[in-house]
Every structure is written in C-alpha cells, then in structure tokens.
Design a protein around this ligand. Structure first.
Ligand SMILES: Nc1nc2c(ncn2[C@@H]2O[C@H](COP(=O)(O)OP(=O)(O)OP(=O)(O)O)[C@@H](O)[C@H]2O)c(=O)[nH]1
Ligand SMILES: [Mg+2]
Length: 400
C-alpha cells in the first residue's frame, strides 16, 4: 500500500515554550504515544513528525517542535530547527500553559502573520487552572486569534480543536492541482519516463506517480512510455492533449513531438504546483546575465547518493558552462540547510522540491525574492539551457 506522501499533507506545526505540553498535545491529537513527554523542560530536541487522517478533512502531518525558549548552544540549534518547521507550516498551533502571552509567543505570532499562516492558540492544562486564572491569561492574547482550551493530558477539548483545525485549514491547500486544470475527460496524456541508470529500481518516482494519478482522477487516458518508444506511440494514438517528459530527455523529446502538440516537463509542472512558475521563469532569465566567477547556489531538498553523471553535480555544471561560456563558482546545499543570507549569489537553482510541501518551497522562493536574488528550479533551468523554455511553458499561458 502506498500512503499519501508527506509533501501532499497539510502541515500542522505545534509551537510554544518548553513544558507547555506540545508533545502531550501531539499524542492527544493522534491518539497514540508518539512523542516523548516529561516534566523536564527541553524533552523534545529534533522535530517529531506524525502523519494521520484528520476525518473528514484528509491526510495531515503534525509536527511537534522543541521549545522556542530553549537555552544554550544546543538550544540555539534546536530553535533553528523549529524555525525551519515554521517555514513549512500550513497551520500553526501556539501552545500556552498557565503563562501569559509573552515575547516568545509574539515572535512566533509575527512570523506566522508575515506569512499569512493561520494560527490557533491552545490554552493547555486547563485541568490545573481556575476560571479566573484562565480569563487573566486570555486577556493577554492578541484579540484577532482564535483560542481553544484543552487538557492534552485528559483529552478535554481535543475534538473541538480538531474541528477548528479543519475550519482554519488554508483553502488553497485543497485546490492546488498539478495538471487537472489543463486536461479534460478522454484526453490522451503521454508521460515520457526514461529508465536510465539513475531511475530507482522497480518503481516510478513520486512526481510521475502523482501526475499519473491526476490523469486518472480527470477520467483522461495516460500513456506512459520511454523516450525510445515515443515516436511510434504517437503514430498509434489520437493527438495527445499534452506530452510530459522527464527534463533530462527534453531536447530529444522536443524533436519527436510535433510543434502542434503541447509539451512540458514533470519538473515544470511541479514548479507551478509547488512554487511560483512566473518567478522561476523570471529567475532563469538571469542565466543570460551571468559572467565569469559569478556564484551560483544549487539547492537540493533531499540528500541522496551522488551517482555517475549526477544531475546537480555533473550535468547542470556542464550545461551551465556550455550555455554561459564561463567558469561559474557553484556551491551546493542539501536538505534543510538553506542559508538565510544568499546575497552573494547571482542565481539560485533549486531542485523540483518533490519532498517539500508548497509552503516549504515558497518560503525559499520568498527568501530569494526578498534579497533580490533570482531563483529558478532544475526543470525550468534545463529547459532554458536547451532553448526550449518558451515551448515548455506555453501550455500554461494558453490555459490562463
Ligand atoms: N496537568 C496537565 N499536565 C500536562 C498537560 N499537558 C502536558 N502536561 C504535562 O506537562 C509536562 C510537559 O509536557 P510535554 O508534552 O513534555 O511538554 P513539551 O511542550 O513537549 O516540552 P518540551 O519538549 O520540553 O519543549 C509533562 O509532565 C506532561 O505530562 C495537561 O493538559 N495537564
Ligand atoms: Mg516536547
């Protein structure tokens, strides 16, 4: 059985001071003893992820974090991890337990307000406080925030909290599609999937599976082929509405697919689904301005074994050199290690972010925008380097 990938789930983050009861709250929402709890402040160090079906909403991931008031050198590292989670969060739970709203909570509040992330304030441990004490705490909380009282220990108020989560889930979350807006029932959609030595054994990769699923959801017809069979398949089937290829085979596929048939890549579909296609296409234009010794940052969302002719380490640098004619200085980052200051770079080239949720990738795009550093992604960049970007994005221009 395949479960919903984390990247497709609503990300609910739990934040607050140490000992507020964040981990107990996670356990109470999911109905399992998932996270370690104790009366020692600083129990949670690394973020804890737990997936669940929030009925009737659907698949979510709940993330428990280290206390925002953690101390010392290690505490600082933990706080940095918590801030990474803030970037990914679609809906934030800020937990208070018996204390007034203070600087710590306000810092969280400002970060979320800035990103327009919905917030629910949880007044936890109500089994320990009198109505008067509770009212005194309530009066310190910003008036625009919804408050829910719970006891994570006894489960009191948890059902009300679940309802509030469903009501406050951002709308866009349910409507973001990959290709649903581009195809109609009975359309043929051709997926070109090269099976080279970089392809994982015995399976397809996540973006391919997700596109295939959407084609089926639309009652359209998916034909999946390798690039070697594409030419003969196109002769056998009705004119497809769209051909979607792996970026790396783009040039070869563009020669086979007639100009009258829309062609794009998985990576460009995901640039639109996970990020902001306009910004990423604009970012790719910076490739024409690069000069010798300019610094370029290549960012990958996941760490993986670097194989022969790796896309990020080998192919992209080679194509960049061919295209620009310059020896660029290329730095790499993986996973969550995205630097907060990227001013030294003339361009950021990000992977397709299939392991990230939209909020996580958009935070990076916004960081680059705020520092006026052009940002693009692998698929958009490769299409540009191969001179086929205009064709690859024209399907979106026509549909809007
Ligand atoms: N009485 C009562 N105790 C609670 C409640 N929720 C949590 N606690 C207790 O508060 C203590 C801290 O709970 P945790 O869930 O570990 O708190 P945390 O916010 O995850 O703490 P850190 O991981 O250290 O940041 C534990 O002893 C819990 O049993 C509650 O609703 N009522
Ligand atoms: Mg904890």
């Amino acid at each position: 059985m395949q479960t919903t990938p984390i990247s497709n789930r609503l990300h609910i983050g739990i934040f607050g001071r140490r000992n507020a009861g964040k981990s107990t709250l996670l356990n109470s929402i999911v109905g399992q003893n998932t996270a370690i709890t104790s009366d020692q402040p600083g129990t949670t160090t690394d973020p804890v992820y737990k997936t669940m079906e929030l009925i009737p909403f659907g698949p979510v991931v709940i993330i428990d974090t280290a206390g925002i008031d953690d101390q010392g050198d290690l505490g600082e590292l933990r706080i940095k991890k918590t801030i990474d989670i803030i970037d990914k969060t679609d809906l934030a739970l800020i937990v208070l337990s018996g204390n007034s709203w203070g600087e710590e909570e306000n810092e969280l509040y400002l970060r979320f307000i800035d990103k327009k992330t919905p917030i629910i304030v949880i007044l936890n441990k109500i089994d320990q406080y009198s109505a008067d004490q509770l009212n005194a705490i309530r009066s310190t909380i910003p008036a625009d925030l919804q408050q829910i009282t719970v006891s994570a220990l006894t489960n009191k108020g948890i059902d009300t909290l679940k309802d509030a989560i469903i009501k406050n889930a951002p709308e866009k979350f349910e409507t973001t599609s990959i290709i649903k807006d581009l195809i109609n029932p009975n359309d043929y959609v051709v997926l070109v999937v090269p099976i080279d030595y970089e392809a994982p054994k015995g399976r397809l990769i996540l973006p391919q599976v997700q596109v295939l699923r959407e084609v089926l959801d639309c009652n359209a017809i998916a034909v999946t082929v390798k690039e070697t069979e594409l030419e003969s398949v196109l002769l056998q089937i009705p004119k497809p509405k769209l051909v979607i290829t792996d970026s790396q085979a783009f040039k070869q596929v563009a020669k086979i697919v007639p100009p009258s048939v829309a062609l794009t890549s998985f990576s460009i579909l995901f640039a639109r689904h996970k990020g902001d296609l306009d910004i990423l296409v604009r970012g790719a234009a910076a490739l024409d301005q690069l000069s010798g010794n300019d610094k370029v940052l290549i960012a990958e969302a996941c760490s993986h074994h670097i194989g022969k002719d790796d896309i990020a380490r080998e192919k992209l640098p080679r194509w960049l050199k061919q295209y620009t004619g310059h020896n660029l200085q290329i730095n790499y980052v993986n996973g969550n290690d995205f630097p907060s200051d990227i001013n030294e770079y003339k361009l950021v080239i990000h992977c397709g972010a299939c392991m990230f949720n939209r909020q996580g990738f958009m935070s990076r795009i916004m960081k680059a925008e705020a520092q006026s550093v052009p940002i693009t992604n692998f698929g958009v960049c490769i299409a540009k380097l191969m001179g086929i970007l205009d064709r690859a994005v024209s399907v979106f221009n026509n549909s809007e």
